[in-house]
Design a protein around this ligand. Structure first.
Ligand SMILES: *Cc1c(COP(=O)(O)O)cnc(C)c1O
Length: 385
């Protein structure tokens, strides 16, 4: 390791999170909460480089923990997983562009079919190869992004269902507002999905497995667990805001750096670009070699904090490309080389912790973005606790 700024990814915590989710689903099933009577299986979502954690190591750890289906955003992400040695089925969530379909077959990826034209393209490609390929059908129940509209399936589906080289393995939808209990949209989408799956059955494909739940929906309503659930954020130990959860989850990623310099500001002096912070009285500033090129949001200036010597110290002055500056006037004896925690724990007390939810809230964004945007130059160090 050369740089001071590193992301530690605890594959043990990841595996325990997967297990905690599985147990939660099992206890829901045991409580008789489910129409299916059996716990749903887990589609482990590892898109976007496993939410910034590193797709290869994360996918292999989840596969070892028993994940029987992984999901990524596009064919290129799926190929990365296959090259890393993942053998479990891999579902591609995103839209397929016609040019890259070969990857589906060469790397045994399972496509989502969400438009009639994609259906025709995959059918033609499978026919050319003389193979039958399984797919998941995506229904748009109100998000108005990808998927066959729920309300005209009788017109759009028969051609797809008659495709001789395509096998319908599952049908799914995605919720637009699972994290917002005040909205009726969630209930509307659930009802549209259930009606849509009845139409799929009537059109000649009965008993196809169904899935719909992201992390928020999974926490919120066991009625939408169906046959499979698709947690992403929860696997990484983060509960989608504003929800609360009793699941024993642990953050998988921590982000740390080290103080490289300490200096004094005299009254009236400022620090960094634009002197966005000026000292009214003498202040002590620590310079930390992590900036927006490492994925730290520029809005952390004047809003975020780090932990140094077990104390929360505010980020002051502009976040620059490669550095931030921290006001450590209230932290005794800060010295170059001291560990700086940007995300994670320092010290034994629970308040000595900054998590992705806190960081996201302090700058008005969402925790998914905080972890996904972690820079490529930040080394991921894998450990298993
Ligand atoms: C990203 C994604 C998920 C996982 O969402 P989380 O909120 O991170 O749990 C599930 N399903 C689909 C289709 C997705 O794109």
């Amino acid at each position: 390791m050369i740089r001071s700024t590193v992301a530690r990814v605890d594959l043990g915590a990841l595996r325990r999170n997967f297990r905690a989710i599985r147990e939660f689903l099992g206890s829901g099933a045991a409580a008789g909460a489910l129409a299916t009577g059996h716990p749903p299986s887990i589609v482990a979502v590892v898109k976007a480089n496993a939410y910034g954690h590193g797709a290869e190591a994360v996918a292999l750890a989840l596969e070892a923990e028993g994940a029987r289906l992984l999901a990524c955003a596009d064919i290129e992400e799926g190929i990365v997983l296959r090259r890393a040695g993942v053998r479990a089925p891999i579902l591609v969530f995103g839209a397929l562009s016609v040019s890259d379909l070969d990857g589906l077959f060469e790397f045994s990826l399972t496509p989502t079919i969400s438009t009639p034209s994609a259906a025709r393209a995959v059918e033609a490609a499978a026919a050319r190869r003389g193979v039958t390929t399984g797919y998941h059908l995506k229904i748009d129940t109100g998000m108005n992004r990808l998927g066959f509209r729920h309300d005209n399936l009788r017109r759009t589906l028969p051609e797809l269902l008659a495709s001789p080289h395509l096998r319908l393995d599952a049908v799914y939808t995605h919720f637009a507002s699972a994290d917002d209990p005040e909205r009726t949209l969630f209930t509307d989408q659930r009802e549209h999905f259930e009606a849509a799956t009845r139409v799929v059955a009537e059109l000649g494909a009965p008993g196809v497995p169904r899935h719909a739940s992201n992390s928020a929906a999974l926490l919120r309503d066991s009625r939408v667990w169906y046959d499979m659930v698709r947690p992403g954020l929860l696997l990484y130990g983060i509960v989608p805001p504003p929800m609360a959860s009793t699941l024993p989850l642990e953050p998988v990623m921590s982000l740390t750096s080290r103080v490289v310099a300490v200096k004094g500001l005299r009254p009236g002096e400022g620090v960094g670009y634009g002197w966005r912070f000026t000292a009214a009285e003498p202040r002590t500033i620590a310079v930390v070699p992590a900036g927006y090129a490492d994925g730290l949001d520029t809005r952390l200036s004047g809003r975020g904090a780090v932990l140094v010597r077990g104390v929360r110290a505010p980020i002051v002055g502009a976040v620059s490309m490669d550095m931030i500056t921290v006001d450590v006037s209230d932290v005794p004896d800060v010295t170059p080389g001291d560990e700086v925690v940007l995300l994670g724990r320092q010290g034994p007390e629970s308040w000595q912790q900054i998590d992705a939810r806190e960081m996201a809230a302090s700058i008005g964004t969402i925790p998914w973005e905080v972890v996904c945007r972690l820079g490529t130059r930040v080394e991921r160090q894998y450990a298993t606790s």
